[in-house]
Design a protein around this ligand. Structure first.
Ligand code: NI
Length: 256
């Protein structure tokens, strides 16, 4: 079944139907979901969802755009959850986001390094968010030996060469709705070129709905559209895409 490796069901966009929607996923072909925290407030919500639903796993970490209020106490809280929550499969999402001017880059880099270290300490893979920051992301991952834990570069938006460099570091490439967009030429190239056993599916819901739902609220239920697009690009069947990417996700999150 489909493994959605990156979702934000704690988002208020799901306030009206979160429980029903999550409960319905397995009967609609979505076998597992990793619910990813982004800020301090979301961490408890992520924990609650993973506790309530057997098919939901948790990732704990602070997103680069949310790192301004972060301190040592928060890091300790995340460490404790990673060590005690049996559903905690990864540290994330963490990384660098230069699309926005804030928080300042040095602060983003500081908490990126700290959370990469934390991942090594608790021995969990990392979920990397990297936007318009390819070189710095790669350099810090090299410097911090991110290959020790591995992980996924989620919502991959860089070149084929960068994808191959991250894969050499032991990382997976997260692909979602963007693959179906008209202007996704670069991502299609990546999806064509990288080894099939390095691709995982993701929604990043409620964001990034695939065509023809672009702009509307996304959910894991839209992933078959991404599966079909990837199947067309690779010249294999949708079932093969689902089977291979599910195995990849199970390896990524060490559930296999
Ligand atoms: Ni995300």
């Amino acid at each position: 079944m489909i493994f959605d490796t990156h979702a934000h069901y704690d988002d208020e966009a799901f306030d009206g139907d979160r429980e029903l929607l999550l409960a319905s996923l397995p009967e609609k072909g979505i076998g597992r979901v990793t619910e990813v925290s982004s800020d301090l407030a979301s961490i408890q919500k992520v924990k609650d969802l993973a506790e309530r639903f057997a098919h939901v796993y948790a990732a704990y970490g602070i997103h680069p755009t949310e790192c301004a209020p972060m301190n040592e106490e928060h890091l300790a809280k995340i460490r404790e959850l990673l060590l005690t929550d049996p559903k905690a499969v990864a540290v994330g999402e963490i990384g660098l986001d230069y699309y926005w001017d804030e928080p300042e880059r040095e602060l983003q880099k500081h908490w990126f390094r700290e959370q990469l270290l934390l991942a090594q300490e608790v021995d969990r893979p990392v979920i990397i968010h990297s936007r318009e920051a390819a070189a710095d992301t790669y350099d810090i991952m090299k410097e911090m030996h991110a290959e020790k834990t591995g992980g996924v570069v989620h919502c991959f938006s860089y070149s084929r060469e960068m994808a191959e460099a991250f894969i050499r570091m032991g990382f997976y490439i997260g692909i979602g709705g963007v693959l179906t967009y008209k202007n996704a030429r670069k991502l299609v190239e990546v999806a064509e070129a990288v080894p099939m056993d390095r691709i995982v599916l993701e929604t990043d819901c409620p964001y990034l709905s695939p065509v023809p739902y672009r702009g509307k609220r996304n959910s894991s239920l839209n992933l078959p559209l991404v599966v079909q697009k990837l199947a067309d690009i690779r010249g294999i069947t949708a079932d093969e895409v689902i089977g291979i990417t599910e195995e990849n996700a199970l390896r990524l999150y060490r559930l296999a």
